[in-house]
Design a protein around this ligand. Sequence first.
Ligand code: FPP
Length: 249
Amino acid sequence: MDGNGRWAKERGRPRLFGHRAGTENVRRVIERFGDYGVKFLTLFAFSTENWDRPRYEVRGLMSLLSRFLKRETKHLHENGIRLLHLGDLSPLSPRLQQEVRDAIELTRDNRRMTLSIAFNYGGRAEIVEAVRRIVDEGVPASEIDEQTISSRLLTEGLPDPDLIIRTAGEMRLSNFLLWQGAYAEFCFTPVYWPDFDIKHVDEALLAFSLRTRRFGGLPLHEVDGPAGNGHENGRNPAERSAASNGFRA
Ligand code: FPP
């Protein structure tokens, strides 16, 4: 959700004005993804690094999350959307933590779409926490594989992202879903987040639909040797993913 600050500055307004504007389009954006049948959507609203911003801005972002939940939870629920939170809730005020938990509880059985709000989320911190759990559980090193780590991340049970959209011309991952985004496609747009709307969802999904996803392998029509692959011990996870998309890994 990048570009709120610049959007506000261009209008001679304080950054929080931009953040507030950046909550106005969220309902439309979510609904548009829903129209396309997207089942899992994650909004990166506050990173572990965002605590370094001025106190008034951090406070403002907290109250915007609260306002968003108060204003949108019922609507999300009525539209069959399950809300999840990714990140560490503990530094948030007890009241805000409760509001997040209540929204998750209310919507827990919805299945039309899962909307994850990454708030106080950091990809590195998440991986560190997973490693700590593995050590605490005494898992022998020889038994650790990708699944051991994936199943201890905050995204356990969620699919890896197919597409990561970054607004406002930023072209970095900025600690977002570092592990899970290994094979994600990226879509970068110069549009500031408050201006990101239905037509930009359409454009991003169109661009995504035209990508050839190789997962490190080769599409069948580009394979020029005999059938089979370089793996002696059967399929690896990337290969299984690729196969389900009609590719050969
Ligand atoms: C990045 O823009 C945006 C944020 C750090 C905050 C986004 C959060 C909200 C809009 C409020 C919470 C909303 C929901 C839906 C939970 P920036 O400030 O980095 O902008 P800049 O790059 O132009 O400086």
